[in-house]
Design a protein around this ligand. Structure first.
Ligand SMILES: Cc1cc2nc3c(=O)[nH]c(=O)nc-3n(C[C@H](O)[C@H](O)[C@H](O)COP(=O)(O)O)c2cc1C
Length: 230
């Protein structure tokens, strides 16, 4: 399955076979992350570690991410790691974003971790299995891009965004919803913004479009990411 197809099938997997994956698979995932282009001006670091580095681990492997503090830096981690999440699931493995995951030994610049490994939890078989807001609640247009964006995972399923389509461009604007959003650290929602950006870019590429620029913009408490395409 392509990464685009995985958007419509993926899920958060919380039950794993603890047997470590073989070296080739781990090397493929490592190479995939290294070859994933980061947002302009960003240079996050990603490490694959085993369960012994994580408190209360349930999966055999974890991708650890590190970046300086900042909206664009957090969005970049979401953007890169969501591609890894889709890739991992395209290999038939399970993956899970872990905003509440804790390292056994804290390292400076740590941002978030993503668990992965073998699992017998099945993929979703239809869009109906996703618990998400409707397109009209999150977007000014209903099209293939909005449909792929809508299924993006977010911390506590808070879906803190709205989409605005223009001519050759789409902007995702941070839009906090309700109590859950107040409880979430702002870092988490900026990661969510990067994740939905990845879904939109994957859908654009699936339609043969060329993404010309992806620009995160912070203004006071507002945060948005603008994508321009042809
Ligand atoms: C940034 C982020 C952090 C998350 N942190 C956790 C977590 O700490 N524990 C957990 O069980 N799920 C976590 N999740 C998974 C979300 O709860 C899940 O993506 C959401 O409920 C939607 O479900 P789905 O991924 O199966 O489509 C996180 C997801 C994201 C995007």
């Amino acid at each position: 399955m392509t990464l685009y197809e995985i958007i419509f099938k993926r899920r958060s997997v919380r039950k794993y076979d603890r047997t470590p994956l073989d070296e080739k698979t781990l090397n493929d995932i490592r190479a995939f992350i290294t070859n994933t282009r980061q947002l302009q001006g960003q240079n996050a670091r990603f490490d694959i570690v085993s369960a012994d580095k994580v408190k209360g681990a349930s999966a055999p492997h974890y991708i650890m991410s590190f970046c300086p503090p900042g909206d664009a830096a957090y969005a970049n981690v979401g953007y890169v790691l969501e591609k890894a999440d889709l890739y991992i699931q395209s290999l038939g493995l399970g993956g899970l974003w872990l905003g509440f995951g804790k390292q056994k030994e804290k390292e400076s610049g740590f941002c978030i971790m993503l668990a992965f490994g073998q699992s017998t939890v099945p993929f979703r078989t239809s869009e109906k299995e996703f618990n998400r807001l409707s397109i009209s609640e999150i977007s000014n247009k209903d099209n293939h891009l909005a449909q792929a964006a809508r299924l993006a995972p977010s911390a506590c399923n808070s879906q803190p965004w709205k989409l605005f389509f223009g001519d050759g461009c789409v902007t995702v604007r941070y839009f906090g919803r309700g109590l859950t959003q107040m409880l979430l650290k702002s870092k988490m929602s900026k990661i969510d913004m990067g994740i939905i950006t990845r879904h939109i870019v994957t859908a654009l590429e699936n339609e043969g479009k060329e993404v010309k620029s992806i620009t995160p913009k912070t203004s006071g408490k507002d945060f948005e990411i603008e994508m321009i395409y042809e």
